[in-house]
Design a protein around this ligand. Structure first.
Ligand SMILES: Cc1cc2nc3c(=O)[nH]c(=O)nc-3n(C[C@H](O)[C@H](O)[C@H](O)COP(=O)(O)O)c2cc1C
Length: 426
């Protein structure tokens, strides 16, 4: 059995799989359901004093499953911050969730939101959370619900703070100075200057970053000619498909700062967890998968992670942690031809024993460069082939490799990175 223990800003986790800020960290009943699955950490639903208690427009979950199979895990969610009065949660509910976490060796991470960019309102809540016995405090700075849901007088809540390095610095600094408990700043995916905000958080003494919060969206019911669910923009959960985006944002952070990052976004399977660990995240947080697949998925993911590590010989999380970060680079620095040659020096090679002549490659080739001969297999038209690799990725039989036309050297077999076949970038 691999050792799944991990550590983030001095806090020890029994495994990296945590539940992010959502309903499952709001009440004892909900917390029990996920703690039972063996998770390493639990983030509470965001508590706050903004606008008094938040009111959610029931019903507030709008699954897009009926609009097509590729949308089965996509939904719009107009749930806002916690609807439980702050003092009631702090004094009556949270102590019981904390005790549940302590009894089960689960790291307890209350999530808070101050009022917009008013740093003292964040610090004040941090003091409360420290008294409560938080292991880490997460600052929920940029959920779309906050941006679009708060009253006009609190319109600075949410993205305006998380998008601005100076404001992020001020709020983080105020929190760090107010308590001894580690402070974790949660990023919004709306942030374009992610690396700059991360640097500001680090400079302010922030102990960790979590990334990312949900994106926002809306949907139209074409049959009725009205909106589907609420007629507004709010949180959009994009399912596993938004992982590439969130992972790229996480890498901007892990490649820039030394403080740890808890990875969030489209984590649906154990290998998704591995991806974030390899991208430098000592812990990850899961959210919409629990709604889409049920709470049992958490245990399945932890078991899957264990089996993977055993299979690959990774003894500890550290063995995998950040192994891809040093190789992360800007596309502009990757060696390329100058100028691009024609015909393409890179072409597909088809393994005719594996190829079943299904014609998928010819149908999907965006350049119209392939035809399939029943006897000879796929044929390349040199005039049109761009060496793009689309046929490799879409072949159902994995019969394609990308090779150098002149030497036959394989530059991509569909696993891992493409070879740097151009000498140097010019
Ligand atoms: C029902 C629901 C409630 C959420 N509530 C909060 C919240 O109170 N605070 C917060 O920081 N993020 C909240 N989020 C965002 C998630 O914690 C997470 O960042 C986001 O859903 C991306 O992760 P995912 O792709 O695994 O769903 C909520 C998400 C959902 C689906």
């Amino acid at each position: 059995m691999a050792d799944l223990r991990t550590e983030m800003c001095g806090v020890k986790f029994k495994n990296p799989v945590c539940v992010s800020s959502n309903d499952f960290g709001e009440t004892l009943h909900m917390a029990k359901r996920v703690v039972k699955q063996g998770i390493g950490g639990l983030v509470s639903k965001t508590v706050h004093k903004i606008d008094g208690v938040h009111r959610w427009p029931r019903p507030y979950f709008y699954s897009l499953r009926r609009f097509g199979k590729e949308l089965r895990d996509t939904w719009i969610c107009s749930e806002m911050f916690s609807h439980i009065p702050y003092e009631k949660w702090r004094d009556e509910i949270a102590p019981r969730i904390r005790d549940l976490c302590k009894e089960n060796d689960v790291v307890f991470i209350p999530s808070i939101s101050g009022i917009g960019t008013q740093a003292e309102t964040w610090a004040e809540l941090c003091v409360d959370m420290e008294k409560l016995g938080a292991d880490i405090i997460e600052l929920d700075t940029g959920g779309p619900h906050a941006t679009f849901g708060a009253e006009a007088k609190h319109k600075e809540v949410g993205a305006p703070l998380a998008l601005d390095p100076e404001k992020a610095y001020e709020v983080t600094k105020a929190c760090v100075e107010a308590v001894k408990t580690p402070i974790m700043f949660k990023m919004t995916p709306q942030c374009v200057r992610m690396a700059e905000v991360a640097l500001a958080i680090e400079k302010a003494g922030g102990h960790a970053i979590s990334a990312n919060n949900a994106f926002y969206g809306t949907w139209i019911d074409h049959e009725t000619g009205t909106f589907y669910g609420g007629p507004f923009s709010c949180g959009a959960l994009i399912g596993r498909a938004w992982q590439p985006f969130s992972l790229a944002k996480v890498l901007e952070i892990t490649a820039t700062v030394k403080i740890p990052c808890s990875g969030i976004g489209g984590i649906f399977t154990w290998d998704d967890v591995v991806r974030y660990i390899m991208a430098g995240c000592p812990t990850v947080q899961l959210c919409s998968v629990i709604y889409s697949r049920g709470v049992d998925v958490l245990r399945e993911i932890i078991d899957g992670l264990n089996e993977f590590m055993d299979r690959k010989g990774y003894k500890t999380i550290k063995d995998m942690l950040g192994i891809c970060v040093p190789r992360f680079m800007y596309l502009r620095d990757f060696p390329r031809e100058n100028p691009m040659q024609h015909p393409s020096p890179i072409i597909p090679k088809f393994d005719l024993d594996k190829c079943n002549r299904c014609g998928t490659c010819a149908k999907l080739c965006p350049y119209g460069a392939l035809t399939v001969d029943e006897d000879e297999g796929p044929q390349i038209n040199d005039e049109y082939c761009m060496g793009c690799g689309w046929c490799l990725g879409n072949c159902p039989k994995q019969a394609v490799t990308m090779i150098k036309r002149d030497t036959g050297e394989v530059v991509w077999n569909g696993y891992g990175e493409i070879k740097r076949w151009v000498e140097e970038s010019k």
